[in-house]
Design a protein around this ligand. Structure first.
Ligand SMILES: [Zn+2]
Length: 494
């Protein structure tokens, strides 16, 4: 530790140590050379747990002058305003001056380390709790993407973050000494608090850690068994697991909110569900299953593929549709419910006043078009599924598309534009080409009587199964799960 000793000996440091006692710990912590791009420490103090103290450095960055923080995320702005008391230090631990504008800092001389505090009081919008770090009532979620300074906008970085907590607070037990080490440190989410319950299960070679807070109408066992079976099924769909370790945080809203509300996000290998219960246990269970089906899909796409740009026109709709198919396959919903949901999506798309293409909808997702994006995307995935099942005599489905996208573009594949990559894989299926032209690149209203007829379906007010079905239509319907549901009641259609 020669560097540390030298600093400790210097008069200058002693003066600063008296003023900025925290630096001592920081420097001690960072004496070992590291392969990580970012090293940091997050401290929560008992006196005021909603103010986190963060200190750290970029070990490989020489002569850095810029420090910047995420200013907005998932439509929530003003994040830079939570950063307070920022201090920059040179290699001798001497404080350096800087200029600042809205979460961007430019130092007067190269800096070696930094420290600041972040106000983690929950935002007034309850839905922010699934997306932005917060601590309230002795529990909270630390989302490193909005707690740590960034290297350059949107870039992945490896890192090591140590979390220290007040007495009686807990964090995940399988993390050694409260340290999170990750290849994608900005995507990590750590649940901390006095009431967090932890549990771990395995599914297809992946360890799933559950972190749950609060009393629910369902048990922790029910959450882990849902997560286990959905993760295993989704692994089959994609042909490989999404990650070695997956984290599932199930928290209540930090504010009082009415029953039935929820918000979820899947970031990196962490799923966060912020929710309130439903009126009845069966409804709460049903909704939990639905949330998990959708969010678990995202562990693969977009989180485990190296695709860039706004291509949520693809993965949101396909996540919804795949989740719906899985619900039928696992007998969580009836085939009639499957058709009902698709009918509603179709109706939303039909009501769209200013028609824009699905790709265009992606660009304005957080401002106004989220419902359209989901509805049009889901119905589109359904039409693609029928087209693929039909042209392959039910041998191929959208699962084959998903598997191909995942196997071609999963990390460490080279970074590629998401829309281009997905369209090129889709266009390799000739039956999908007209669908892409009309509904993905184009803004046409769905005119899909022909496609629906292939599956023995018709659309008047809502989607329904035709009275008379030929062999091919029966096969296609069965491959979408019609038979699966019937198996429980009057028997499969023949
Ligand atoms: Zn989604």
């Amino acid at each position: 530790m020669p560097r540390f000793t030298k600093i400790l000996m210097s008069e200058q440091f002693r003066t600063y140590y008296l003023i900025f006692g925290a630096i001592f710990l920081t420097l001690h912590f960072f004496t070992n050379a590291s392969a990580q791009e970012i090293e940091a420490k997050i401290q929560i103090h008992e006196e005021n747990p909603s103010i986190a103290k963060v200190s750290g450095r970029f070990p490989n960055l020489q002569r850095g002058r810029n420090l910047s923080f995420a200013r907005s995320f998932a439509g929530f702005s003003g994040l830079g305003e939570r950063i307070r008391n920022l201090k920059l230090y040179n290699a001798n631990g001497k404080e350096i001056g800087y200029q600042t504008v809205e979460g961007e800092y430019v130092s007067d001389a190269p800096f070696a380390s930094w420290s600041y505090s972040v106000d983690l009081s929950p935002r007034k919008e309850p839905s922010a709790a699934a997306h932005i770090s917060w601590i309230a009532n002795g529990n909270g979620l630390l989302m490193f993407g909005d707690l740590l300074p960034r290297l350059s906008a949107g870039r992945k970085a490896s890192g090591q973050v140590t979390i220290t907590l007040p007495p009686g607070w807990r964090q995940l037990e399988n993390r050694v000494d409260g340290t999170v080490v990750s290849d994608d440190i900005f995507s990590e989410v750590a649940s901390v608090g006095t009431d967090v319950r932890y549990r771990m299960v395995h599914a297809g070679g992946t360890a799933i850690s559950l972190c749950v807070v609060g009393n629910w109408l369902f048990t922790s066992d029910e959450i882990t068994s849902f997560a286990q079976s959905i993760y295993a099924k989704t692994s089959e769909t994609f042909g490989a697991p999404a990650a070695k370790e997956v984290y599932l945080n199930v928290f209540k809203f930090p504010q009082n909110v009415p029953r039935g509300q929820w918000q979820a996000e899947t970031r990196g290998r962490s799923i966060t569900i912020i929710s309130s219960d439903m009126a009845f246990q069966t409804q709460s269970l049903q909704r939990l299953h639905e949330q998990l089906r959708h969010e678990i899909f995202h562990l693969w796409i977009p989180n485990a593929v190296n695709l860039s740009g706004n291509y949520d026109w693809f993965y949101e709709g396909f996540a919804l549709y795949s989740s719906l198919k899985l619900a039928v396959a696992q007998n969580r919903i009836r085939f009639e419910d499957f058709l009902d949901t698709l009918s509603r999506a179709h109706a939303i798309d039909t009501r769209q006043m200013n028609r824009i293409s699905l790709i265009e909808t992606s660009r304005t997702r957080w401002s106004s078009n989220e419902t359209q994006l989901y509805a049009r995307g889901m119905f589109l995935a359904f039409i693609c599924d029928i087209a693929m099942l039909n042209s392959s005599k039910t041998k191929r489905s959208i699962n084959d598309l998903l598997r191909e996208i995942y196997s071609k573009h999963k990390f460490p594949a080279a970074r590629t534009d998401g829309t281009g990559a997905v369209l090129s894989i889709m266009k390799a299926q000739p039956e999908l080409v007209p669908i892409i032209d009309k509904y993905i690149s184009g803004s046409r209203e769905f005119e899909v009587d022909t496609e629906l007829d292939l599956a023995g379906l018709e659309l008047s007010n809502a989607l329904g199964v035709k009275q008379k079905l030929n062999r091919k239509q029966k096969d296609l319907l069965n491959s979408m799960g019609y038979n699966n549901w019937r198996r429980l009641s009057p028997g499969p259609i023949r």
